[in-house]
Write a protein that binds this ligand. Sequence first.
Ligand code: THG
Length: 292
Amino acid sequence: MILIGENLNVMSQTLGPALRERNAGPIVEMARAETAAGVDLIDLNIGPARRGGDELMAWVVNTVQGITDKMLSLDTTNLDAMEAGLKARQGPVLINSVSLQTSRVDRGLELARKYNADLIGLLWSNDGMPRDVNERAMHTVDFIYKANALGVPNERIWVDPIASPVSVEINQVKACVEFMTMLGEIAPGCKSTVGLSNVSNGAPHDLRGWLNRTYMIMLMRYGLHSAIVDAFDKDLIQIARGRRPDIVALVHKLMDGEAVDIASLPREMANYARTVRVLKGDSLYSHSWLEV
Ligand code: THG
């Protein structure tokens, strides 16, 4: 599993102001901390950055690329900012992301070709969020057809089915898992990624990791290539690196519908078991899902 650290982002209470003020200290510190935490890429998330995004992205890339040898993921919807970041970058780079909207897709793909970059193909279309697994599959086929025609091969494309919060729509959570089982067939050679923390958006802060980690294991079972993650979730990194086969085995067992006596499990295992049941849609999500 390839891990993309999500923590360098403009929504952060400390890094948002640092980005706006071009205050390099906190940005460098975060990039160093994520590198030390053991992620494979660092996501540079400047948000929509409507005004001055080009200058900002170039500044962040230049601030970070001297202090880490990790691949960089440039995260913005502003394609002028994306191009400025790509120009500044010396080294491997991931475009996060190119969506399917007609006004954007050609330029995004053209940037990937021109700068020899990998890209995340975000399955967001003119109609917004895909409604189910079939729309995700159709969008994927459309996207790789366009990409190939413009000279971008499947091997450079990381498809993102767009994860949504379990507290909002369980069917969308399930659709992403089902999508992973299909991707290899509909898009041979493509990679995949998902914004894992999306699934726990709105959940109590100290409990979010249970949802993120369990969902990661469920998606990994069907070949998830990479994920955008909280770099400081130590348990998540351990699981992604294959050091918790006990947890993975339990999650797989529950995914297969095998009977498990949750009450007899140690607390950590019981928490994973209850979280699988919620993410499968077998029990209803509530903020106290670990207690029931
Ligand atoms: N797909 C792709 N890119 C993405 C997403 C995706 N980029 C943005 C997002 N989703 C992934 N990144 C984050 C970054 C932060 C958080 C969630 C996802 C987050 N932050 C905490 C919060 O908001 O409470 C804390 C913020 C902080 O202080 O750092 O949840 O789906 N391709």
